[in-house]
Design a protein around this ligand. Sequence first.
Ligand code: ZN
Length: 228
Amino acid sequence: MKIIDAHSHIDCITHSLQPDVVGTVCCTTDESQWPVLVDMAKQDSKIYASFGVHPWFVESANSDFDKRLEQLLNLDSNYMVGEIGLDKYKPNMDKQIDVFMKQFDVAVKLNRTVCLHCVGAWDKILHILKQYKESSLPIIVAHAFNTNDRVLQQLLRYDNILFSFNKIDVYGRKCCIADIPNNKILVESDGNIDSDLIKIVQLISDIKNDTDMPNIIYKNTQGVIKNG
Ligand SMILES: [Zn+2]
């Protein structure tokens, strides 16, 4: 089985831990991690680098961080944007929205995949998405996906929103996975060192009753990382 971890962090590079994992999408959480990840990705071709300021760390965003993000992304057309997003359970929603939108604008402008963190704020994200022409939207990976069916149905209308699942989501959201088209499903460790990605893929194959799912998930992730 070949798996690409669709969402991880710089302190957990899953392909160095599990032989079936042949690549890792590695996200930053704040600007201080950007140069670290640049170096890591240069030294390891299995790391797919994604740069952004996470909604939990928006207070760390310096002025002009979005200009630096754009400059950084211009260095390599495969660089992605993330982890960015909104989180209802963290403070400063106004600042979160501001920081998210500035980064999302850069992703749209450069057509880069977005690694999206959204907790309890899907209505706000949907509202923001509607401000863009649908044809201008980049690929968006909704990581650790978990929401209600009403929101899911709205998100499924977008061809380029994909859904990434980790262990907790797979157990909790069987119906949701069954409702999502095969070509929109990804798997991730979310930076958990003991995450068993093979088992997650197998669980999804069981839910889908489709033995080709490992292949399909692998191809889906290749599409995401080749966006740039
Ligand atoms: Zn994450």
